[in-house]
Design a protein around this ligand. Sequence first.
Ligand code: NI
Length: 227
Amino acid sequence: MLITIPSVLDAHEVTEARSILDAATWVDGKVTAGVQSASVKHNQQVAETDPAARQVGDWIIKRLEQHPLFISAALPLKVFPPLFNRYGEGHTFGTHVDNAIRQITGTPYRIRTDLSATLFLSEPDTYDGGELCIEDTYGTQRVKLPAGDMVLYPATSLHYVTPVTKGVRVASFFWMQSMIRDDAQRTILFDLDATIQLMNQDQPHSEHAIRLTGIYHNLLRQWVEMG
Ligand code: NI
């Protein structure tokens, strides 16, 4: 399932994040790439340990923790500290799949990447190209979102970023280990949760909604992985 999470950061926070990131030290994006993806990756990144990355990354995590749509869609267990990339003119990232396991630099912690996220930090009308193209069951989805919005998609997907031909595209990207490893199971839980919420809007605390909530939790109990 591919889903857009709107307004993770508001306009003011995007402006603030950009002024901090624009003043940071940018390095070649190949630093975090695996062997295959390094050969097709042409962009820049803020160094993982740069305080600017940690400051803005922590905001993003804080906002996501309070975002009901994100929680319902991702059912996150562990979130990788957000990284930041920049595509200037001619920069691109060819077709690749993200590494299955990520070590958090400078720590013994590793996560299994079940979900990938890209949070856009440039308005779409400020650059040409730079679309995130994600192959899913229904074909290739082309994603270019307003600044502050985020796309969440299965980390198993092949994806690429089309060349930026004008302007600059800045984004945050990171991964999550979900409590529900399987995308199909996670999608069922997400749809069920959305249905329960609609039922509660129509008729608060109806017996049917309560029964369905029970089924949601019983499925979660069957499928959940806590470590
Ligand atoms: Ni990728």
